[in-house]
Design a protein around this ligand. Sequence first.
Ligand code: FES
Length: 95
Amino acid sequence: MTALRFAGGFERGATVTFHVDGAAVRAHSGETLAAALLAAGVVALRRSPRDGAPRGAYCFMGVCQECVVRVDGALRQSCQVAVVDGLSVELRGAV
Ligand code: FES
């Protein structure tokens, strides 16, 4: 689950576990949900309503809306949500 993270050079927050469509994903406190998903190899977060193309985080700063997922039952921009233990994430048919 940490294959896409740089090793060493800085201190990470405590390990937290959240769930994506029921599967456990480990991340670090202080990471955004979008960054944690990317680090876990989850790139496609939803599908375009127009043509069904996979969509994923793009700007990582709350502007593009491409990273919207369902978090604990509500649609949220994953780049604006901090990961915490027990977070429940549903992708919207992206995978
Ligand atoms: S990645 Fe653009 S709003 Fe989240």
